[in-house]
Design a protein around this ligand. Structure first.
Ligand code: ADP
Ligand code: MG
Length: 491
């Protein structure tokens, strides 16, 4: 009668011996009774080294109490499955295991010991960590990373996508990707999907997408097919990079090139005009002093002189691009203000514009006087243009300071007018080259030149303006430091 039982026992033994999992049994006192070959492989101990030792002894000491509590639950008849734990190998390294434990009962029903099955989950853990690492990389990416299925419905949405497009994951997951594509580009999606179905990857495809608020964003897309374990294409992952900034700098570069060209041309024209202009001015002066001139012709010559003065001042102010080839020197800004204001005397007089001058400091600066005179002239010219007849311009020079990282001593020059003012939406464009509201008569280069000349002298310029019908006017506030490196020379 013992035959079938024996057969069954050897059958069980064979399973235990050939198992990939470590199978260990312990007696009622918790001492190890058996230790299969998988346990030898997993932990490095031979059966002879462990049998008779407490089942808890190869648990890392800080976790031992926790597992002893588990053993007590086994004693009360509970089964524990897939409990994640760690065990110490003979060489001192740790192995991640999943433990299942149950009580071994006698025929009479009493608990005579416990069986433990331990599965090495180090690899699985590593994969899990790799997955969460990947997930963390995706989440922290600056690029928008989005996946969709082959019908074009969004299946995942990272933080980069939230930042780029303004939608939260719950607002877009399950919706069509067309949500992000401007209507006029919808046919693009069909083409992308058919390429993906054919297993093709799309790289650095530059296009435009729409944000939640309706604004457009220039993106570079890389789209790759996503396959399941069987290799079938089940969807696509898209990485979108915001290239608006790059596009903008390309645009700025183009503009700078255009500008450099315009600048060179203007300087050449100014130079070519100035010489004949000087000759004409001299000749007309001599002509005007000819005593044989009739009264009528003398008046004509006077008009010619006035118009000539206008032409030269236009050449000075707009075409001038003041090419100051001299070396930087020390000069009084207060004196430059007087000289520059004089240039505008006639224009202001004819338009009954009043100037209030408040000079509180000499403003001894070191730099290119001609260039700073150009700054003054351009800002003043704008103020005059903005004023209606009877307007008022205030020019104030005072000692000033500016704090960046350190306190810098300098002068503050304020030029304020009660002219038409600047609409708030135009403020950001003022210093851009070619921005003008003056149609044919404006070049839009005045303030652009001003800002570059001030920057060259280490200064800064701010503008406040109001275009309200009640209180309108504009204040330009320019700070120029006393100490600054101009060119290669220390100030
Ligand atoms: P331009 O004078 O040739 O138009 P600027 O670069 O000097 O070019 O000025 C650009 C624009 O800034 C002007 O067209 C004008 O709209 C605005 N602006 C500048 N200064 C003033 C001011 N004091 N009051 C009102 N608008 C101003
Ligand atoms: Mg101007």
């Amino acid at each position: 009668m013992a035959e079938p039982a024996l057969e069954f026992e050897s059958y069980l033994t064979a399973i235990i011996e050939s198992s990939e999992d470590a199978i260990i049994s312990a007696d009622a006192q918790g001492r190890i009774q058996s230790w299969n070959p998988a346990a030898v492989r997993m932990f490095g101990y031979a059966p002879g080294e462990v049998i008779g030792k407490p089942a808890t002894w190869f648990i890392p000491s800080e976790r031992r109490a926790e597992e002893e509590a588990l053993l007590n639950r086994i004693r009360s008849g509970e089964r524990i499955e897939n409990y994640e734990a760690q065990r110490l190998r003979k060489d001192g390294t740790l192995v991640e295991v999943s433990v299942s434990m149950s009580a071994i009962k006698s025929f009479a029903g009493g608990i005579v010991g416990a069986s433990m099955i331990l599965r090495d989950i180090t690899q699985a853990k590593r994969m899990e960590n790799a997955d969460s690492l990947l997930a963390a990389i995706v989440e922290s990416s600056d690029d928008a990373i989005v996946s969709k299925n082959l019908d074009g419905f969004i299946t995942s949405w990272n933080q980069g996508a939230v930042r780029m497009f303004g939608y939260l994951p719950e607002e877009v997951i399950g919706k069509s990707i067309l949500l992000l594509i401007p209507a006029e580009l919808h046919q693009e999606e069909a083409r992308i999907l058919s390429q993906l179905r054919a297993g093709k990857r799309i790289e650095h495809y530059e296009t435009t997408r729409v944000r939640k608020d309706g604004s457009l964003v220039d993106v570079s897309l890389t789209i790759s097919p996503v396959r399941n374990a069987k290799g079938q294409i089940i969807g696509a992952s898209k990485i979108a990079r915001d290239v608006s900034q790059r596009k903008r700098s390309e645009e700025a570069l183009r503009r700078a090139e255009k500008l450099a060209l315009a600048g060179r041309m203007a300087a050449t024209v100014a130079h070519e005009i100035n010489n004949p202009l000087a000759a004409i001015t001299n000749l007309v002066y001599l002509l005007g002093r000819d005593p044989s001139l009739s009264a009528e012709n003398r008046r004509r010559v006077e008009i010619i002189e006035q118009e000539l003065e206008r032409v030269s001042s236009i050449a000075r102010q707009t075409l001038g691009f003041y090419r100051d080839n001299s070396k930087p020197s020390e000069f009084r800004l207060a004196a430059s203000i007087d000289e520059t204001l004089k240039l505008f005397d006639r224009r202001m007089l004819s338009r009954k514009i009043k100037v209030i001058k408040e000079i509180k400091t000499d403003g001894i600066l070191y730099g290119f006087q001609g260039e700073l005179r150009q700054v003054l002239a351009n800002v003043l010219a704008n103020a005059i243009d903005a004023c209606s007849e009877g307007g008022q311009i205030r020019v104030r020079l005072e000692a000033g300071h500016r704090w960046n990282n350190e306190c810098k001593a300098g002068v503050r020059l304020i030029i304020a007018d009660n002219g038409c003012g600047i609409e708030p939406e135009l403020k950001s464009k003022l210093f851009e080259p070619f921005f003008t509201t003056k149609k044919e008569v404006g070049t839009g280069l005045g303030l652009w030149l001003v800002s570059s000349l001030i920057a060259k002298h280490g200064g800064s310029i701010q503008v406040r303006s109001s275009a309200h019908s009640g209180r309108h006017g504009t204040v330009f506030s320019i700070f120029l430091p006393l100490q600054h490196m101009v060119g290669n020379q220390a100030a």
